[in-house]
Design a protein around this ligand. Structure first.
Ligand SMILES: *Cc1c(COP(=O)(O)O)cnc(C)c1O
Length: 385
């Protein structure tokens, strides 16, 4: 069997044709397609606005930055997440306060969240780990009571519905990633979704040098009679902004991917069903998440086993890629000083988890092969014990 990848973006002739049109229009940067993609994406998620950026990391950075929190304040973040969740906190001169996760689904532990909260906390970032929704029905009212800005890091899910409500609409601001491995891709890219108009305008500006007009709007102002007597060429630098904008190449791909998103999520569900059915009788290998497939958008197929390292090596020898999502952040060099001793679940569960090949175009015969290898491994361990 050829090497089986862990992730693979699903792009085709639709995306390619869309890029060709950008070529012939010869407006490659911040152009009309960015605005179009933002509108369509906001509509898809169900927020009033969306701001396209060049990564999920940039989305998280700006989502925190636009609130002008004073330096040194604390932001609650789960201890198991992708590094950018906590990096965004440090970018803003704020301090991450790590909260333990639940062993059953790797999302933030509500009990520990309440324990870790102190008066100097200004925001909370919930992560829908692996695409599994955090307990938003409990977190949202609690965060409101504590006057915390609530951010959803939705980088690992797109289009899922939790308790009748789209993921991305449970919070004040939600951040998505279109990095090549994520649910939909624009190569690299991200989106900030929200319904607050003032913050939306600020985010637009922050994502493009802090200007009050993006280049496409200025270009449009430069034509037509209506604006003949205005200083169409003028813009004001209102904020210390960043060069974080999405461009028309990315938006061209994103618009096509958005058309396919329900199909992608359906395929993911189908593959998960096959995997879960295949491993259901194994003794030493269990699913990491309590996969609830209805209206889901899972990014990871992850299993847990006490023989994690052995299994990873075994699958490597069988040409199957695996990875660990994720090593707890406080175990990493730059986050050590924010470790707070009471992250018990994180520190044990991460040693057992392993992500297996999972993407919409994964063929049945490859899934069968992975399942067969998992069964062989389980048998081997059974005999050893
Ligand atoms: C991928 C990811 C990000 C960052 O997204 P990029 O587009 O790669 O910058 C942030 N948070 C989580 C949870 C992620 O999985």
């Amino acid at each position: 069997m050829n090497k089986i990848r862990l992730f693979k973006p699903s792009v085709g002739k639709e995306e390619l044709n869309s890029i060709k049109k950008v070529f012939s229009r010869s407006w490659l940067g911040y152009g009309p397609l960015v605005n179009k993609f933002e509108k369509k994406f906001a509509k898809f998620i169900g927020t009033k606005y969306a701001v396209g950026v060049n990564s999920g990391t940039a989305a998280l950075h700006l989502a925190l930055l636009c609130n002008n929190f004073s330096k040194g304040k604390k932001v609650l973040v789960p201890s198991i997440t992708f590094s950018a969740t906590a990096a965004s906190v440090l970018y803003c001169g704020l301090t991450p306060k790590f909260v333990d996760i639940k062993k059953e689904d790797l999302t933030i532990d509500f009990k520990d969240l309440k324990k870790k909260y102190t008066k100097d906390c200004v925001a909370l970032i919930c992560v829908h780990m692996g695409g599994h929704p955090s307990m938003m029905e409990k977190i949202k009212p609690w965060a409101k009571k504590k006057r915390l800005l609530l951010i959803e890091d939705s980088a690992e899910t797109c289009g899922s519905i939790y308790k009748g409500k789209k993921i991305g609409t449970w919070s004040d601001i939600s951040c998505f990633s279109f990095e090549e491995k994520k649910i939909i891709t624009t190569g690299d890219g991200g989106m900030i979704c929200l319904s607050d108009k003032k913050k939306y305008e600020k985010l637009k500006s922050l994502s493009f040098h802090g200007w009050n007009l993006d280049p496409w709007k200025r270009y449009q102002k430069s034509f037509g009679k209506k604006n003949r007597f205005t200083k169409y060429w003028a813009y004001e630098i209102e904020n210390l902004g960043f060069k974080y904008n999405m461009n028309d190449f990315m938006a061209a791909v994103g618009l096509e991917q958005l058309k396919k998103i329900n199909f992608f999520n359906k395929k993911r569900i189908k593959i998960l069903k096959k995997y879960l059915n295949g491993i259901k009788n194994l003794k030493y290998i269990k699913p990491t998440y309590p996969y609830n497939l209805k209206n889901s958008s899972y990014w990871l197929f992850s299993i847990k086993t006490k023989f994690r390292n052995e299994l990873a090596n075994y699958l490597k020898s069988k040409n199957i890629s695996t990875a660990v999502h994720f090593i707890p952040l406080p175990l990493n060099k730059i986050y050590k000083k924010y470790n707070n001793k009471s992250l018990k679940n994180s520190m044990t569960i991460w040693k057992q988890i392993l992500s297996l090949p999972f993407f919409p175009d994964l063929e049945n015969k490859k899934i069968d092969y992975v399942i067969k290898c998992l069964k062989n491994f389980d048998n081997k361990m059974n005999k050893k014990q």
